[in-house]
Design a protein around this ligand. Sequence first.
Ligand code: PRP
Ligand code: MN
Ligand code: MG
Length: 194
Amino acid sequence: MHQDIEEILISEEELQTKITALGEQITHDYAGKNLLLLGTLKGAVPFIADLARAINLPLELDYMAVASYGNSTQSSGIVRIVKDLEGPIDQKHVLVIEDIIDSGLTLHYLIDLLRRRNPLSLKICSLLNKERTRLKDVPIDYHGFTIPDKFVVGYGLDYAQLYRNLPYIGILKPSVYSETAQPEKQHKSMAEEA
Ligand code: PRP
Ligand code: MN
Ligand code: MG
């Protein structure tokens, strides 16, 4: 285990078992449909890579990168598109792939924007669903695990851009982030509530 990790919350094996099951369910639900898996950069990359290979259907992959305006103490809920899709989605069934839903702000904004492009259907698949009060409610159609309101990293999730390559989801030792600045995401909820 990595020295900065307090506890492994979801092991590599548990992740892969769940992703296989999600893949089977999506394979069943999207048979015969023009499926586009839309991954959000950067966090969802390991998840979308494994999930796509667990889906036994023809599908397209594309990515969007978004960034929140504001700083760690104030979230405006306004999201800026850093990288957009390469083509129209009005002939596609879009399944947005996220690593985690925390405050809900990112996906709320993204779903709003995508809906205006008139996809044939629009659904959300998030590996993790953090148990906390959302700032924006987001309908989750597929999800892997509900997790407690702790700062987690690994399998795509970062703290200060690190730890994305861990093969498991782990709880970061508080000493790692209390020594430096407050984490920008996840912990913004603590700042908001203060
Ligand atoms: C993280 C995570 C989700 C989002 C969830 O991304 O990957 O996309 O925050 O938080 P929310 O529900 O409170 O909006 P981040 O903006 O840190 O970018 P990254 O994926 O590049 O790490
Ligand atoms: Mn992200
Ligand atoms: Mg991040």
